[in-house]
Design a protein around this ligand. Structure first.
Ligand code: B12
Ligand code: SF4
Length: 338
């Protein structure tokens, strides 16, 4: 240790610390110990990957900004309860997303604490929100959990652009820890894709955001599904500001939409859909009912979401608007601002 100025060397905290003895610098993290730690903290699967992995080159600047000196990424998976995600009752699905988000954030927090206590520098960026809103509408996320999970071998991206875990299917949320140490073993990318290419996700998406070829219309998804998040919320605020009086505001925003926005602000923001994820039959633990009786699976899982009477938010002149009008006559189209 470099020589200390006498004022610091004589400080009681410094004297106590030095009397206790210096902490030994930790080496690489043992992968088996790490796995046990993560499962005990509440994760359902885990794998590590080096920041030097070629597929993570795009993540490097963001990761290094968040934790200078990061060397490894630890990817976590937490399962969701499937029928909650599948339910046409949005409050049920939303509670499942939010609760699973809390579970994975709590697990990541506990693992971070254990790694810190073992002598590492480590952070756990949020699984979902909060994100870096000063960068909005640019890239607001600190680390792309899907990209890391795929590089770590925890799954592969389905046609609907969600990660499908080989056992748990797409009914998982993801998180990533950034750590300044090597991990003794890395995950290997899967040598197959659990996606069956059944295209149920294409059929379920109310705004046609998922192309049969895997193209994804992120704007169409965000305009509807994220109506009560970032841009949708600011559009709602603009509507308040633009309204001449309460009667004018009520002619633009229904009681139900207003109450839903209150719910999003009071509890956690409501997703409007996630139907791509709800209908996905992939994954060894998920597949059976689909394989046993595909017609019954469509009747009980896909059709209720397609038949649900609900408002769908689109931009004027968009492909999404044309898609809802053509494919979903029971749904009401609402054109919103940007
Ligand atoms: C930004 C974001 C969104 C955006 C954009 C989605 C997207 N595909 O990127 C919007 C708002 C639309 C969104 C929606 C949802 N999201 Co989101 N989202 C994120 C976030 C913050 C970053 C995603 C990311 O890395 N994007 C960049 C790259 C890696 O993703 P990508 O799939 O390649 O996406 C791009 C391509 O689709 C590309 N693209 C466009 N056209 C084409 C055509 C082709 C052929 C190809 C290959 C690509 C392509 O444009 C996209 C945007 O950049 C993460 C949280 C995080 N910090 O990682 C959660 C995350 C990805 N979301 C998640 C979830 C659950 C959802 C929703 C189900 C939410 C809900 N409850 O409704 C929907 C699903 C929509 C869908 N089918 O993707 C989970 C996914 C879990 C899983 N099993 O994979 C994550 C990981 C959050 C978490 N902690 O678990 N999300
Ligand atoms: S619903 Fe079918 S096509 Fe879409 S991601 Fe799942 S398995 Fe793949």
């Amino acid at each position: 240790m470099a020589e200390l100025p006498s004022k610091i060397a004589g400080h009681p905290s410094v004297r106590n610390m030095l009397a206790r003895g210096r902490t030994e610098k930790p080496g690489a993290i043992d992968a088996a110990w790490l796995r046990e730690l993560c499962l005990a903290a509440g994760a359902d699967d885990v794998a590590a990957v080096s920041l030097d992995h070629p597929d993570l080159a795009g993540e490097r600047p963001y990761v290094e900004e968040a934790l200078p000196g990061t060397r490894s990424l630890i990817s976590l998976v937490v399962r969701m309860n499937r029928d909650n995600v599948r339910s046409p009752a949005r409050s049920v699905a939303n509670q499942e997303f939010h609760r699973s988000g809390e579970i994975i954030n709590e697990a990541a927090h506990d693992i971070t604490r254990a790694l810190q206590d073992a002598g590492h520098r480590v952070i756990n960026p949020s699984a979902t929100f909060p994100m870096e809103m000063d960068r909005f509408p640019g890239r607001i996320w600190v680390v792309a959990h899907k990209t890391v999970a795929v590089a770590a071998g925890l799954g592969a991206m389905g046609i609907h652009r969600n990660v499908i875990h080989p056992r748990f299917g797409n009914f998982v949320l993801l998180a990533t820890l950034l750590v300044d140490a090597e991990v003794s073993e890395h995950g290997e990318p899967l040598d197959y894709n659990p996606c069956l290419e059944c295209k149920l996700c294409v059929a379920a998406c109310p705004v046609g955001a998922i192309g049969k070829d895997g193209a994804f219309d992120a704007r169409a998804c965000a305009t509807h599904n994220y109506r009560e998040f970032m841009s949708g919320f600011t559009d709602w605020v603009a509507t308040v500001a633009d309204s001449a009086d309460a009667a004018d505001f009520r002619s633009r925003v229904t009681e139900s939409e207003n109450a839903s926005m209150w719910q999003s602000l009071s509890f956690k923001a409501n997703y409007k859909a996630a139907y791509c994820m709800a209908v996905c039959p992939a994954g060894e633990d998920v597949l059976e009912p689909y394989l046993e009786d595909r017609k019954q699976f469509m009747r009980t899982v896909l059709q209720p979401l397609q038949d649900k009477e609900e408002t769908i938010y689109v931009h004027d002149g968009s492909a999404a608007k044309e898609h809802v009008e053509r494919r979903f006559p029971k749904k009401t189209v609402k054109v919103v601002g940007r």
